[in-house]
Write a protein that binds this ligand. Structure first.
Ligand code: SF4
Length: 240
């Protein structure tokens, strides 16, 4: 997935919802209907697709690790290649680091990720009886797992409401004026305060796609954006 900069948004101290939105509650139902309709014409992001393909929490966790700093199409093919050989911690432990490196190449940081996949698989077996743990705290203790990965595993792997904030979710939520944050991890708590819980799981795949196609990092396509009436376009100085 392409890494998106945030240079054209308005950075402010993180972690709080936008004060000015208090008087104007976003039309959540309208916004999410438009996003879902838009998404229906496209293929799901790679980790969501893996989730649909008999996606166990373990496969969600490993494919999310593979996806970090990696293009979506590379994530999908690398994950499928790896899972053909090993789709459980037990099977993964039978592979060498070099074999995993070869299977997930050319994803970004493939050597580091291969090592982390083995370490995580070993800990899942030794500390959790072969089952992926179900709390963010436990997931965050694994090497290479940050808040984005932990929340994606909780939401896609266990259907536990958790907001996975990547660069697209962070950028678009700030442009809308829903929150005012400078870092994606600050956006998690800020969004939890304003976004109805029923949208926590779906927001990631919806805004990732919208961020790739319409609300792009530079020169967003505001003229063809159906969400324009609901968007304050915070920090957007140039658009198409
Ligand atoms: S109006 Fe522009 S800034 Fe707002 S969501 Fe649409 S494309 Fe993004």
């Amino acid at each position: 997935m392409k890494s998106a900069g945030n240079s054209d948004s308005t950075p402010t101290p993180g972690g709080t919802p936008a004060k000015s939105m208090a008087a104007a509650e976003p039309r959540w139902a309208v916004i999410f209907k438009i996003l879902n309709d838009f998404m229906s014409a496209f293929e799901l992001p790679s980790v969501s697709l893996i989730g649909q393909e008999n996606g166990t929490p373990y496969k969600i966790l490993i494919s999310t690790l593979i996806s970090l700093r990696t293009k979506d199409e590379v994530t999908l093919t690398a994950s499928r290649r790896l899972f053909e050989k090993a789709d459980t911690p037990v099977r993964m432990m039978k592979l060498s680091t070099e074999e995993i490196e070869e299977l997930i190449y050319p994803c970004g940081f493939f050597r580091v990720k291969a090592g982390n996949i083995l370490k995580i698989s070993e800990r899942i077996l030794e500390e959790y009886g072969g089952e992926v743990p179900r709390t963010a705290e436990e997931l965050l203790a694994f090497p290479g797992v940050g808040l984005k990965t932990a929340n994606l595993v909780l939401s896609l792997g266990f259907a536990i409401p958790a907001i996975c904030v990547d660069t697209h979710v962070h950028r678009i939520a700030n442009r809308f004026g829903w929150i005012e944050t400078s870092k994606p991890d600050d956006s998690v708590g800020a969004l939890e305060k304003v976004l109805p819980r029923e949208h926590w799981i779906e927001i990631n795949e919806l805004l990732v796609l919208y961020g790739q196609q319409i609300c792009t990092p530079r020169n967003p396509r505001c003229s063809e954006c159906e969400l324009s009436p609901d968007c304050r376009k915070v920090g957007v100085s140039r658009s198409r």
